[in-house]
Design a protein around this ligand. Structure first.
Ligand SMILES: *Cc1c(COP(=O)(O)O)cnc(C)c1O
Length: 427
């Protein structure tokens, strides 16, 4: 096929895309010359849904008109505002409504979860994480380990891919858990690895961990809004995710948290409490005896930032309009598969895709390294950025590209590959 014919094929894929209209629900950044960027960076900061803007303005307006009465009056009163996010959040991660809550930030939630679920003893005190976890996760785990008086050198068990390999083999992770499990208090792994884009087998890891008596939690920063999950059925103990990546809720927006219902009645769990985790029926009696909610809301500490929740509600409603994360995943598999196929056909000898090729082991993101003498990956990245592509560069040497099913198009995948091709030209 000629390049022109191939672009026509991409245009046809766009025309047949059942989600094509959703792009109009988002603001697409533009280049100085007025053209729309090819925005493949929704894995880092999702674009702004128009609904998020609308809902935010409604809350600003409510605050102007009603002041403190906004807590109770009007359509979406602030007092129970987080509850308006519950159902859509639960669907995203495959949870019961009582198992999810929007609160804090991602790293803060990991800390709160570890306060409750990392309960080391003399013989079982290790935390299994990846060798190259996202730094914030590593720091959080390291500081928790120290907080309990253990030495991170000993108490942090770092999972690594095999020598010469970039991604994990599920059987290796399961072997590690089987071998070391008696000493592991907590397994904390990503649902989707931020650097490689690999989807881990959360169900198998949870089963293996529980067989050995470990608690199992997941960081879903790159999984929420990207792949469907069944946290409840998989019996995951806890999970946390941010809302500004595939969940398009704006920079630093409030995070999500999952706690399995089997922990909701356990009054002995240690926790760092606050008034918003207290039983809402008696919260405003302002008494000194803490009675936790029997839900994930028990882990809330503060009354939440409504402006941020409004943006999340706008984004979650937009995802619901698309048919939920299952509908997104259907397009995502096709679109990311299409991009991979084009990259391999056109540039297979100049780039390497480290994201696993199996559909069940990858989400919307492809992580590329450049295999060229005399041209570094960073130089190539700078060139494609200059040509109107927004994706991201992650040290030490990966270009991450994420076609997002809510607002990206097949033609953008096609145009991206042409731009990358031109950028790899060393002459
Ligand atoms: C994006 C991301 C974070 C960011 O943490 P914040 O607390 O939201 O700043 C943490 N961990 C992982 C794995 C991430 O991908």
């Amino acid at each position: 096929m000629t390049a022109t014919n191939q672009r026509t094929a991409a245009e046809q894929l766009d025309a047949q895309d059942p989600l094509r209209e959703l792009r109009n629900e988002f603001y697409i950044p533009r280049l100085p010359d007025g053209r729309e960027e090819i925005y493949f960076c929704g894995n880092s900061l999702g674009l702004q849904p128009k609904r998020a803007e609308r809902y935010l303005k409604e809350e600003l307006d409510k605050w102007q008109r009603l002041g403190v009465k906004g807590h109770f009056d009007a359509d979406f009163p602030w007092m129970p505002y987080h509850e308006f996010l519950t159902e859509n959040s639960a669907q995203l991660v495959g949870a019961r409504n009582t198992e999810v809550v929007a609160m804090n930030s991602l790293t803060a939630n990991l800390h709160f979860m570890m306060v409750s679920f990392y309960r080391p003893t003399k013989s079982r005190y290790k935390i299994l994480i990846e060798d190259h976890a996202f730094p914030s996760d590593h720091y959080a785990v390291e500081s928790q380990v120290r907080f309990h008086g253990f030495d991170p050198e000993d108490a942090m068990l770092l999972a690594k891919p095999r020598d010469g390999e970039e991604t994990f083999r599920t059987e290796d992770l399961l072997d590690l858990i089987e071998r070391e499990g008696d000493q592991i208090a907590l397994i904390m792994l990503p649902g989707v690895q931020y650097y490689t884009g690999q989807v881990l087998d959360m169900k198998a890891i949870t089963e293996a961990g529980h067989r050995k008596g470990c608690k199992v939690g997941f960081d879903l920063a790159h999984a929420a809004g990207n792949i469907p999950m069944q946290l409840h059925d998989w019996d995951v103990d806890f999970a946390a995710w941010c809302s500004y990546k595939y969940l398009n809720s704006g920079p630093g927006s409030v995070a999500g948290c999952f706690v399995h219902e089997r922990h909701h009645q356990d009054k002995d769990l240690p926790r760092f409490a606050g008034w918003w985790g207290h039983d809402k029926r008696t919260r405003f009696k302002m008494e000194n005896h803490f009675v936790p909610m029997e839900s994930a809301e028990a882990w809330q500490v503060s009354n939440p930032p409504i402006l941020s929740l409004a943006a999340i509600r706008g984004s979650l409603d937009t995802i619901a309009q698309a048919g939920g994360v299952e509908a997104l995943r259907e397009k995502s598999l096709k679109m990311t598969g299409y991009l991979r196929q084009l990259l391999e056909a056109e540039l297979g000898d100049q780039i390497h895709i480290i994201t696993p090729a199996e559909p069940e082991a990858s989400g919307a993101q492809l992580s590329l390294t450049v295999k060229l003498d005399g041209l570094s990956g960073k130089q190539v990245f700078d060139r494609i950025e200059k040509a109107g592509v927004t994706c991201d560069w992650r040290e030490p040497n990966v270009i991450r590209v994420a076609p997002v099913p809510l607002y990206n198009r097949y033609t953008e995948c096609f145009d991206f590959v042409q731009i990358l091709k031109a950028s790899l030209d060393n002459d």
